[in-house]
Design a protein around this ligand. Structure first.
Ligand code: NI
Length: 185
């Protein structure tokens, strides 16, 4: 099922997310919905708060980026109750966007390397290391679980320059092909 996506300013995007109960049978349907919604809205990652659920879960699929880069082929994952346990390496800039913040893209700086622990859709526990763009997608989605959005990571000046655009998104002035849920006025 394709779900509507919460827009910048919606309170759920700032909420503390809760862990999903181990072996929760409902999680498979939720993961399917997240993937379906993500593909429909042409994203490479989607976190539960973006479909109005304050849960520790996100999905990603970097496969569409894989036409040119071999490392992204077959890069589809669901991350249940993930925790980044280490993050280091050189900080680098990458142009990020977010389905909750349509029409805005900004260069964001993050460390290059992460180690993450999570359960997959079959409740198998993994500990994996990522670098480069896969790490970047994970870091962005993981931030959603802590109520952090990419503009939070910009310089005060960049933030100030974005202020009116972000306010317009919260007010419902967006031009997207997917359904969105806006904050109540
Ligand atoms: Ni996002």
């Amino acid at each position: 099922m394709i779900l509507p996506i919460t827009a910048y300013g919606h309170p759920v995007l700032r909420k503390k997310t809760e862990e999903i109960e181990l072996n929760d049978p409902g999680v498979q349907q939720l993961i399917d919905n997240l993937f379906e919604t993500m593909y429909y809205s042409e994203g490479v990652g989607l976190a539960a708060p973006q479909v109005n659920l304050a849960l520790r879960l996100f999905v990603m699929d970097a496969t569409p980026m894989g036409d040119t880069v071999e490392e992204f082929k077959d890069f589809k994952r669901a991350f249940i109750n993930p925790y980044i346990i280490e993050e280091s390496g050189e900080t680098w800039s990458f142009n990020e966007g977010c389905l909750s913040i349509p029409g805005i893209r900004e260069d964001v700086k993050r460390p290059d390397w992460i180690k993450i622990e999570y359960y997959d859709e079959n409740w198998v526990l993994h500990e994996e290391e990522y670098t480069g763009i896969p790490a970047r997608i994970i870091q962005h989605e993981y931030d959603h679980l802590d109520g952090i959005l990419f503009p939070d990571r910009l310089s005060p000046l960049r933030k100030r320059l974005l202020k009116s655009k972000l306010a317009a998104i919260s007010a419902g002035k967006v031009d997207v092909n997917y359904r969105m849920i806006f904050p109540k006025k």
